[in-house]
Structures are given as structure tokens and as C-alpha cells.
Design a binder for this molecule. Structure first.
Ligand SMILES: O=C[C@H](O)COP(=O)(O)O
Length: 228
């Protein structure tokens, strides 16, 4: 597992991915921001981006803001994995049914050829042992993001102490760890010091932080430069 913090850029179209051709992130993440925190892109768009990328960087894709119902999640992972993406990201939105859902997902997730990443949200509530539950389910990594895209950032919601503990728990379980959630260029130094595997960006890549708008290669270059 990498010791240097890498970066992930969320793109919503092939054209956006292509606009990053000169400054590809370490991971091209595919999602539809207008459809929620983990809005899914159509499968053919994901396939086109995967084909265009031709393994020049890693790829990930989200399956949508789905309820914690195992059959629905399994079917969405199965479909998304067929696009050839390197990682599939699944949102865990908390709630009473989550622990049972994770248990039900365990045989499927642990046997997946395409690794699956669990995405938690800093503005949602979880059981105290949620990381253990995630690890036991067979997820390859855990990312923390924000569910409500209202400008509040990860650092507005969680202290650096809480984030340090989060990163350490995940890395000591030998899983990938990512931090995201309205991150800004100026947050990089603070968050990189915690040694996550990935920092994830969308708002910071868009002019005026309009995450549903389009992406700017110049802003992506500044993020890449700050992580050099
Ligand atoms: O996976 C990373 C997210 O797309 C981050 O989006 P955001 O920076 O707009 O919160």
C-alpha cells in the first residue's frame, strides 16, 4: 500500500476526463454530482472513460445514493464492475438497517474480483464499531466524505484528532483510506500529514466551487502541484 498521499478527481463525463489529460489524477473517480453525494453515472459513460483512460491511472465509480438494501447494492456493484473500473464505491448512509445489510453483503463483497470501497459520511451517524463491520464485510478500503454538499467541509465536521484516529484504524486493518468532502487546496497540508492513501476532490476542481458545473484543468493542476 502506498505511503505517499495520492489524489482522486471526480469527473462526470468523458469530456471532463479528457480535460484532465495533461494532469491525470492518481485515480479518476466517476460520479454524477447533481444526483447526490455518490450519484451514479450511466454505465456506458463509465465504460467510455475506462476505455479512454487505458490504464494510465486508476479508476473508481460510485453506484448511487442507494438505500441500505443488500440485493439492490449487490446488483449495482455487479453492473458497475462490468465496466472494467478498478474500484467500485458504495455509500454507507448509516441507519438501523446498516449493520444487517453489511452482514448480508459479506459473501458477495468478499468474493468480488473488483475491489469495493465503503464511503462513510462525516455528517451521518454510525455504530462505534462501524470500521470493524466494514473490514469484516470485505471492503478493500474506506473513504470518508460529506453527504450534504452544502459547503460544509470534512474539516468543519471532524476534528483532526478524529480524522487521525479514523486513518490509523483503517490503515492498521491494512485497508486503503481516503479523505474527501468539500476539501480545499489549503486543506492539503493538514490532511496529508495524517497520511491517508487518497485525498478526493470535486468542488475544489470547479470554478467558484460549483461542483455540478464543469471542471477546470487549471484548478486540477494546482491540486496536483500541492501534492507533489
Ligand atoms: O470523492 C470525492 C468527492 O467527489 C468530493 O466531492 P467534493 O469535493 O465536492 O465534496
Amino acid at each position: 500500500m502506498s505511503t505517499n498521499t495520492q489524489w482522486l478527481a471526480s469527473v462526470q463525463s468523458l469530456a471532463e476526463a479528457q480535460s484532465l489529460n495533461a494532469c491525470l489524477p492518481d485515480m479518476l473517480d466517476m460520479k454524477q454530482p447533481a444526483k447526490g453525494a455518490l450519484g451514479a453515472l450511466p454505465l456506458d459513460v463509465v465504460s467510455d472513460i475506462v476505455r479512454w483512460n487505458a490504464n494510465r491511472c486508476l479508476t473508481s465509480a460510485t453506484i448511487g445514493d442507494l438505500p441500505m438494501q443488500a440485493p439492490m447494492i449487490e446488483s449495482a456493484i455487479h453492473q458497475m464492475a462490468k465496466t472494467g473500473v478498478d474500484f467500485v464505491k458504495v455509500g454507507l448512509f448509516g441507519g438501523d438497517e446498516q449493520a444487517d445489510c453489511l452482514q448480508a453483503l459479506t459473501p458477495f463483497i468478499s468474493q468480488q474480483n473488483t475491489p469495493v470501497i465503503a464511503v462513510m459520511f462525516a455528517d451521518r451517524q454510525y455504530d462505534n464499531d462501524v470500521i470493524t463491520q466494514i473490514v469484516n464485510t470485505g471492503f478493500r478500503g474506506v473513504m470518508i466524505d460529506t453527504a450534504d454538499k452544502n459547503g460544509q467541509s470534512l474539516l468543519d465536521l471532524w476534528s483532526t484528532e478524529a480524522l487521525t484516529e479514523f486513518v490509523q484504524k483503517i490503515k492498521s486493518a491494512d485497508r486503503l483510506c481516503g479523505l474527501a468532502g468539500a476539501l480545499r487546496l489549503g486543506d492539503i497540508a493538514t490532511l496529508r500529514a495524517l497520511q491517508p492513501d487518497y485525498l478526493g476532490f470535486r468542488s475544489a476542481l470547479c470554478p467558484e466551487r460549483n461542483r455540478n458545473g464543469s471542471l477546470s484543468a487549471a484548478l486540477a493542476k494546482s491540486i496536483a502541484a500541492a501534492l507533489q
